[in-house]
Design a protein around this ligand. Structure first.
Ligand SMILES: [Zn+2]
Ligand SMILES: [Zn+2]
Length: 253
């Protein structure tokens, strides 16, 4: 299995997963040129993608989608309400649109969508399951019981560590935006991500810390907050991997 977070953060998100010969992209929130370039840097060919799975319709998750699916004729999977709310919906080739509810099979893997609490039409995270399990859960206000169940057993987890609560409270954003970020349908704080990991019965081998805010977080701060919670709770052996807004970060298992 290869997991490459090609870009992560409020300016664009895209994650590549190869498992048992199936190559998928989760979100396409950067340009086709950048997706192609970052995939090539990870030893992958954009033309060989088997499917694109979209978590929700916010532009940082779909800005490259229409061009990507048109140019390379790649099927796109998402919940029906997410398709309807996409700004690029009418540009997507009709035959590329595949509305899903929960689980579909693609080659030798199954991809399961699970609902997450976020201010979008019908936002989801995804678990890719085959010989291993890799789960992506970003853009969520908190870790619901069903998200907790969905991430359980993942060997690799891409988890949001969006902000430091103190930095949001004392930061420059207007109050309504602060409330949105800190609310139940906003984004996951560093500490909340750390605590979610300690509640897992089976510890993942690798956890990517993803979707960091440029205004309300810093990579070292997110790393330290999660690391401290894991160490206090005796789960210090999880390998944490920091993602970046503009370059691919990869692991192979
Ligand atoms: Zn979002
Ligand atoms: Zn986002």
């Amino acid at each position: 299995m290869q997991v490459s977070v090609l870009a992560s953060g409020s300016k664009g998100n895209s994650i590549f997963i190869e498992m048992d010969g199936t190559r998928i992209l989760i979100d396409a929130g950067i340009s086709v040129r950048r997706i192609k370039q970052e995939l090539a840097a990870c030893g992958q060919d954009i033309a060989e993608l088997d499917g694109i799975f979209i978590t929700h319709e916010h532009s940082d998750h779909i800005s490259g989608l229409a061009n990507l699916s048109k140019r390379y004729k790649i099927p796109v999977f998402s919940r029906p309400d997410t398709f309807r709310m996409m700004s690029c919906y009418r540009e997507l080739p009709f035959e590329a649109i595949h509305a899903i509810s929960d689980s579909i099979r693609l080659g030798k893997v199954s991809v399961k969508a699970f609902s997450i609490p976020h201010d979008a039409a019908d936002p989801v995270g995804y678990s890719v399951c085959g010989s291993r399990k890799c789960t992506v859960a970003t853009d969520l206000g908190f870790v619901t019981e069903s998200v907790g169940q969905a991430i359980e057993g993942s060997h690799v987890l891409v988890l949001e560590a969006n902000h430091d609560v103190g930095m949001v409270r004392n930061g420059p954003y207007p109050w309504p935006l602060k409330q949105r970020i800190l609310g139940n349908r906003g984004h996951l704080a560093n500490d909340t991500a750390g605590w979610a990991l300690t509640r897992m019965k089976q510890r993942p081998e690798y956890v990517f810390l993803a979707h960091l805010s440029d205004t309300n977080n810093r990579p070292e701060l997110a790393m330290e907050a999660v690391r401290n919670i894991l160490e206090q709770q005796g789960s210090g052996n999880i390998r944490l991997v920091m993602t970046a807004p503009k370059e691919a970060v990869s692991i192979e298992l």
